[in-house]
Design a protein around this ligand. Structure first.
Ligand code: FE
Length: 208
């Protein structure tokens, strides 16, 4: 009997996509219909950045920097070159800068204008990174945003917010967690989360 009155059923399930998602979907449909884009090619591109290229790349960069002081120095001096030396380069990663967290300074990345993000090392940006609340609040109230993400820093820690642009994209080098002296590079990379490289999280501490 539940479907006896089809016009009465709940349509809310059809509105899970936000206004921007709906616009993107409509635009994609029109462009595909007119033959400007190939949906199959788009799918391959998106799948590539979602599965093959992703935060695991950035985690390799961070782990190498933690174990190799020379590499770390290179990374902070010339991030684009140091990252490319590990094989990670390409679109949206042509001009990289790595900002290092220290006990006295925490770095956080945002794109206040849109959603600029370093694809070759982090893949595609998470939805919240593209959201208006994050983009506006990250600058105005970074400590509040960090608290929302469950990160509480000592009161004296300076927070620096970096505004990514099409020209320059940032990757945070998180602090190496305590108790990781015995870990090799693979073990260290497993502790590096995506959010820790955006600055809305910290690297995980190893489970004993
Ligand atoms: Fe942007």
């Amino acid at each position: 009997m539940a479907h006896e009155h089809p016009d009465d059923h709940d349509h809310r399930g059809h509105s899970e996509l936000g206004p921007m998602d709906l616009r993107v979907r409509a635009l994609e449909t029109i462009l595909a219909e007119k033959g400007y884009i190939d949906p199959a090619a788009l799918d391959v591109l998106i799948d590539t950045y979602q599965t093959r290229i992703g935060p695991r790349n950035g985690a390799r960069v961070v782990a190498r920097a933690w174990v190799d002081a020379d590499y770390r120095a290179w990374l902070l001096r010339d991030a684009t070159g140091a990252i490319a030396s590990l094989g990670y380069q390409g679109r949206q990663g042509e001009h990289m800068q790595v900002v290092e967290n220290t006990p006295s300074r925490h770095n956080m990345v945002v794109c206040t204008l849109c959603s600029c993000y370093p694809w070759p090392v982090l893949g595609l940006p998470p939805t919240w990174y593209k959201s208006a609340p994050y983009r506006s609040r990250a600058v105005r109230d970074p400590r509040g945003v960090l608290a929302d993400f469950g990160v509480v820093l000592p009161p004296g820690t300076e927070i620096r917010v970096w505004d990514s642009t099409a020209e320059l994209r940032y990757l945070v080098l998180p602090q190496r967690p305590q108790g990781t002296e015995a870990l090799d590079e693979d073990g260290l990379a497993a502790l590096v989360t995506r959010d820790s490289m955006i600055g809305t999280g910290l690297a995980r501490t190893p489970t004993p």
